[in-house]
Design a protein around this ligand. Structure first.
Ligand code: SF4
Ligand code: SF4
Length: 468
């Protein structure tokens, strides 16, 4: 059967205006990147030189607390929310690390990207390592932890950018390894902004180091949002070729993912990566964690394993006697083990639900094979995962809201968002099954395992978001 390519979607007047504005102002990007880099250094480095905040220190009266709030309370959750409205604009327009990596590439060796970097699991591993490290060094509390996590990420972005990426101004780090890029890329499939080829070519999504795209996208064969960092380099309103900016319904790429290059690494991130993130919240709240930790500490002391209950190196774990937090090897092992175990259990539970949904759908007459249906149906968990992450990471933002409107209304807002995430997941699940050819009772039956999976994902987040 001959491969065909769909005709390009029409571009509305608002999209045309956006495209014109973006194209006209692209020249300012280097200045924005420089400003963001300076701001990044101030937020990460200055708190290291300041005395630790005292017990009575208040949020906007102490720079260390302010910097912490701006990074974790504002930047992190808002960057996730921004992908819904503007796609990966953070990456292309604002991120100082991506811009640094590209700058390093300009003066660097431009070697071919090795296979281990191109391995589709590489960003998932990078996400898991950095998420666990952020917990063990307690980057959410101490400036040393923030400096280590972001300093390490920046160093990796610079080194990878310097070494790899043949062609014109490439961002190998952003395409293949960045843990934040992986997250934003997967969630950008829910977003309303699309950069679509004006002259689409058959053959499907492909990598190329020729052309202008810093993330190696063969722009005429572009099908998915995941790797597009919205650098605007390929957007020329008056040209016949390149990409055009278009607006679409929220979640439409996820719901029609069969047309947008569904990919294993999205699923690994959704199942394993989100699971490790849940573990990072749960170990702080679950009494069971403290009970196991206490039992292990008693066991280690009784067996004279004193080094196991002694502090380790400060680059690997939080050692802050003045801040009343000193992690031992026991804490390091417990946090790491707990987060990995949570990730595996979460991934196994969602895999079982998705496999059941895929199997049921096949029995009920859905098209495709088990694997293709599994891959598509896994995308139904994108909204619930994203909303839960935003609520978890935005706890400081919601604490601020609580001070403004009170505890109960804030809790209602959080519950409403949480429910919206669940409902959105179910809507996407329905539309995925419709595309597989199901309707009516058969669709409802095939959706049931997905519903259980969404509820399981919600319940896994519940103690972290709303307490036990
Ligand atoms: S992929 Fe990572 S380093 Fe690259 S621009 Fe996005 S957040 Fe920044
Ligand atoms: S597809 Fe275009 S806008 Fe997207 S990253 Fe590549 S060059 Fe930039």
């Amino acid at each position: 059967m001959q491969a065909v390519v769909d005709p390009p979607l029409p571009q509305g007047p608002l999209s045309r205006k956006l495209e014109r504005f973006a194209s006209d102002h692209r020249r300012w990007l280097p200045w924005i990147h420089a400003g963001m880099f300076a701001g990044f250094l101030v937020l990460v480095v200055v708190p290291l030189a300041l005395p630790a905040p005292g017990d009575g220190a208040r949020l906007f009266h102490d720079f260390t607390l302010t910097a912490n709030f701006l990074i974790w309370g504002l930047w992190f959750p808002l960057v996730f929310v921004s992908v819904i409205f503007t796609g990966r604009s953070w990456c292309g327009v604002l991120c100082p690390m991506g811009a640094s990596s590209e700058w390093a590439n300009r003066i660097g060796l431009k070697r071919a990207v090795p296979r281990w970097v191109r391995w589709e699991g590489a960003p998932v591993v990078s996400f898991i390592v950095i998420t666990i490290l952020a917990q063990t060094v307690d980057a959410r509390t101490f400036p040393e932890g923030i400096a280590e996590v972001f300093g390490l990420t920046l160093a990796c972005a610079l080194i990878v950018g310097f070494l790899y990426g043949p062609g014109y101004h490439k961002r190998t780090w952003c395409r293949h390894l960045c843990p934040i890029g992986l997250t934003l890329g997967s969630f950008s499939r829910l977003g309303i902004v699309q950069f679509a080829p004006k002259k689409p070519r058959i053959g499907g999504e492909a990598l190329t180091d020729k052309g202008v795209c810093p993330t190696f996208i063969d722009i005429n064969r572009k099908q998915e949002s995941r790797h597009c960092i919205e650098c605007l380099r390929c957007v020329q309103p008056n040209a016949n070729g390149g990409l055009a900016i278009k607006l679409r319904a929220p979640g439409s790429e996820a719901a029609n993912v069969r047309d947008h290059h569904p990919h294993n690494s999205d699923i690994w991130f959704l199942f394993l990566g989100t699971g490790v993130a849940i573990g990072g919240f749960l170990w702080l709240t679950l009494p069971l964690y403290q009970q196991i930790r206490h039992a292990l500490a008693v066991w280690a002391i009784n067996h004279n394993w004193l080094s196991f209950v002694s502090p380790g190196p400060a680059w690997l774990m939080s050692v802050h006697p003045a801040g009343r937090e000193v992690f031992t090897w026991l804490d390091f092992s417990m946090i790491t083990g707990f987060m990995l175990a949570t990730s595996i259990v979460f991934a196994a539970a969602l895999s079982v639900c998705t496999a059941l949904g895929s199997w049921f759908a096949g029995r009920l007459g859905a098209d495709g094979n088990f694997r293709s249906r599994f891959l598509e149906l896994a995308y139904q968990y994108l909204p619930v995962a994203m909303v839960s992450l935003v609520l978890g990471l935005g706890s400081e933002l919601f604490a601020l809201l609580q001070r403004g409107i009170g505890a109960t209304p804030t809790r209602y807002v959080e519950l409403a968002l949480f429910t919206a995430g669940l409902v959105w997941s179910l809507i996407i699940g329905c539309r995925l099954l419709q595309r597989q050819g199901l309707a009516g009772t058969r669709l409802v039956l095939a959706l049931a395992p997905g519903l259980i999976g969404c509820i399981a994902a919600g319940l896994a987040w519940w103690p972290a978001l709303f307490g036990v």
